[in-house]
Ligand binder design. Structure first.
Ligand code: UN1
Length: 499
């Protein structure tokens, strides 16, 4: 692979590829086999300051570029992503670890989002509305805000940057982007392609480095009015607090503890397929992963045995090997955290049905592989049924009715995704209304959101915003209401037209 072999990468600031001011570096290492992907600048607050300065200067011109023209750059970017899809997919299997089909899906999601937001350049609709006074015209328009700080996770290393950067840019903002330190090469390729698409210098900037030095400075910088972060609940709370002094707009996309409900009238085969895909796809490292399965007792035994036998057939391996079902998890601390939850589940009295161990042999020792893990007889209050594990572990919780199923599904702090398998339309509509999540699926798993619908969750999954779809535009614009009086005289609202 072209990008493998410890290539040295740089920050991109004001249209120049530059090292960190300190000259310090860090490595990105493949979770699949431990090989070095590249060496990256370990940036400090002063690098962030330079990037923000460049982005602030570029904003003054970029905000005046007509939105359809801004959209055309995104259109070219989408085309470049199409051209480079195989290369990016391959790199993702190495740097992040997901299997090839899913890595291709990740890149495809960015292609979809970029085309969608390119089109938004010719919409960005506001409203026109009557005035309460004669000879007066009212409208509202979306205005860009300024420099957007984009902080992204490693689990969707091309898709999630596109969810944030594409709408930020089409709305007329400029960006300072900090990719996760586990997937910096993918972040860098993303920016190289934006440069190639014709984005003027300073409109997109990338600063590599950790949350402490780079993220924190971005969040506190007075010239960065918008922060968008996908990460853990803990980081989200810290970011919100740090941004409060400057009254920043903060968009947060945080954790999930997503449940699939399987009713006794469900197609059990289909439900099992949906559960395995949602629980073990991306090795369970999606915010939308199904880490709970709430099962009606009428089908509990049948579903459990099908899940266990199918999970045991899944092949672990590097994502680039065609017959791999489940790739590695991202790094050693993640592996240890996932394994610690197996211990917690056993101690709590849940029944370990399969998995529950680090996988080894056949070269797996070189990476971070964990066996697909299913716990049975789980009580809704157990920690494995409450806390986000972010790995290939799911918990089966038996229930007796739709009411109990919905109560259990809602009985967690998060509210991202949910699903129900049922053939009863009444139960499906109950679930659509009563499941307290930002996303609900009927007869499908909890993963697979499409880019033109709002993405995000209720409760501790976020702070009320949504990304993707039209909803994303609300994160990256301010509304301006404009009143045009063409009567030629002073007209006083609320007074001259009093009834
Ligand atoms: C995430 O895990 O943060 O719906 C995003 C899905 C994907 C996106 C997941 N399209 O699972």
């Amino acid at each position: 692979m072209r990008l493998l072999g410890a290539k040295t990468y740089k920050n991109y600031i004001g249209g120049e590829w530059v090292e960190a001011a300190s000259g310090e570096t860090f490595e990105s290492v493949s979770p699949a086999d431990g090989k070095t992907i590249g060496v990256f600048p370990r940036s400090a607050p002063e690098d962030v300051d330079r990037a923000v300065e460049a982005a602030k200067a570029a904003y003054e011109e970029w905000r005046l570029v007509p939105a359809p023209k801004r959209g055309e750059v995104l259109f070219r970017f989408a085309q470049l992503l199409v051209e480079h899809k195989d290369e990016l997919t391959d790199l993702m299997t190495h740097e992040m670890g997901k299997v090839r089909a899913e890595a291709g899906g990740d890149v495809q999601e960015a292609i979809d989002m970029s085309y969608y937001m390119a089109g938004e350049g010719r919409r960005l609709f506001g409203q026109t509305t009557p005035s309460e006074l004669r000879d007066k015209f009212n409208m509202s328009v979306r205005m860009p805000i300024g420099v957007v700080g984009v902080i992204t996770p490693w689990n969707f290393p091309i898709a999630i940057p596109s969810w944030k950067v594409a709408p930020a840019l089409v709305c007329g903002n400029t960006v300072v982007f900090k990719p996760a330190t586990d997937t910096p090469a993918l972040g860098e390729r993303f920016v190289e392609l934006l440069e190639e698409a014709g984005l003027p210098p300073g409109v997109i900037n990338i600063v590599h480095g950790g949350g402490g030095a780079v993220g924190d400075r971005l969040v506190r910088h007075p010239d960065v009015p918008v922060i968008t972060l996908t990460g853990s609940r803990e980081t989200g709370v810290e970011v919100l607090k740090a941004a409060a002094d400057n009254l920043k707009h903060v968009h947060l996309e945080l954790g999930g503890k997503n449940a699939i409900i399987v009713m006794d009238d469900a197609d059990v085969e289909l439900a099992a397929e949906g559960i395995l895909w949602s629980a073990f796809g991306t090795s369970g490292q999606r915010c939308t992963a199904a880490s709970r399965v709430i099962v009606h007792r009428g089908v509990y035994d049948a579903l459990q045995s099908k899940l266990v036998s199918d999970a045991e057939k899944m092949r672990l391996g590097p994502g680039w090997e065609e017959d791999t079902d489940v790739g590695p998890v991202i790094n050693k601390p993640a592996l240890e955290k996932i394994d610690s939850y197996t211990g917690i589940g056993k101690d709590e009295g849940a029944k370990l049905l399969t998995g529950g161990e680090v996988a080894s042999g056949n070269g797996l020792d070189r990476g971070f592989y964990y066996r697909p893990t299913i716990f049975g007889d789980v009580e809704p209050g157990m920690r494995i049924a409450q806390e986000e594990i972010f790995g290939p572990t799911t918990a089966l919780i038996p229930v007796d009715s739709i009411d109990e199923a919905i109560r259990v599904a809602n009985g967690v702090m998060y509210g991202l995704s949910s699903s129900i398998f049922t053939r009863d339309v009444n139960k499906a509509f109950r679930a659509m209304r009563d499941l307290d999540t930002g996303i609900t699926y009927i007869n499908a798993g909890t993963i697979g959101a499409e880019v033109h619908l709002p993405f995000g969750g209720t409760k501790d999954t976020g702070n009320g915003h949504r990304e993707a779809g039209q909803a994303a535009l609300d994160v990256f614009t301010e509304w301006k209401s404009i009143y045009v009086d063409y009567s030629g005289k002073l007209q006083k609202a609320q007074i001259d037209n009093a009834s």
